[in-house]
Design a binder for this molecule. Structure first.
Ligand code: IPE
Ligand code: IPE
Ligand code: MG
Length: 236
């Protein structure tokens, strides 16, 4: 990639289209999820190499529990095997992993694999990978509000202490705002992904399904980001 390109500090990726990718090949939907793990691995290594500081990945929404039990179970098992095994590259690349989302009702084995990955990577200093698993912006607003109400009830804060900074600090993770949100598969919506954090993000909707979102597609996205004129409400 050309050197002078500006790399977004925090990228959000809505990894969509796995099911359609598989169906178009005459495969069952879950084969798309399986293939997505390989592409994700390449992508994370590439992001670490080009100097992305933060990446939030939408892996499973609070609404995805509405899917067939067989697909949900397949995904849960894929999370376990990926976090335990496939993600070995993460340690070599000094990637720090965080999770955002509700723990309930994730199976214990998934939670254990998540906790272990967080623990093993906590001192890493390169790319921070925030995996949004059983994540929804609406659930995050509820959970953040509850934390703040609890502090108020216990006399830790007064009404005047409720500021944008306090809300930010009580989100699932206190990360810099999203600069760039990529949603693969051509769908033009957020589907409950980091609505608060994306307030001034640039959006990019490539048509390719996530299992085809290779490093070349990522580089195209960065070129597109560099064409945007971000004003943040001011004049530029
Ligand atoms: C995204 O791909 C992966 C998850 C939501 C877990 P989909 O499974 O939504 O694939 P499509 O959108 O149905 O093709
Ligand atoms: C969003 O994709 C969730 C993830 C990519 C994890 P969906 O496929 O669930 O979103 P909708 O249902 O098309 O809005
Ligand atoms: Mg989808």
């Amino acid at each position: 990639m050309e050197q002078e390109l500006l790399i977004p500090n925090h990228i959000g990726i809505i990894m969509d289209g796995n099911g359609r990718w598989a169906q178009e090949r005459g495969l069952i939907r879950t084969m798309g999820h399986k293939h997505a793990v390989g592409i994700l691995k390449e992508l994370c290594i590439h992001m670490a190499d080009v100097g992305v500081n933060y990446c939030s990945l939408y892996a499973f929404s609070t609404e995805n529990f509405k899917r067939e039990i067989t697909e949900v179970d397949f995904l849960m098992n894929l999370f376990i095997s990926s976090f335990n095994k496939e993600f070995d590259f993460i340690k070599k690349k000094k990637v720090r992993v965080l999770f955002s989302g509700r723990r309930e009702p994730l199976p214990n084995k998934v939670l254990e694999a998540m906790d272990q990955l967080v623990e093993e990577t906590k001192n890493n200093t390169e790319l921070t990978l925030n995996i949004c698993l059983n994540y929804g912006s609406h659930a995050e607003m509820v959970d953040t509000t509850k934390k703040i109400c609890e502090m108020y009830k216990n006399g830790v804060i007064s009404l005047d202490d409720i500021t944008e900074e306090l809300i930010q600090k009580n989100l699932y993770q206190d990360l810099p705002p999203l600069d760039f949100v990529i949603r693969t598969s051509g769908e033009l919506r957020l589907s409950n992904f980091m609505m608060y954090q994306a307030s001034y993000a640039e959006f990019y909707f490539p048509k390719v399904y996530f299992p085809d979102f290779n490093n070349e597609e990522f580089d195209k996205a960065i070129i597109e980001y560099n064409k945007r004129n971000r004003r943040f409400g001011g004049v530029k």
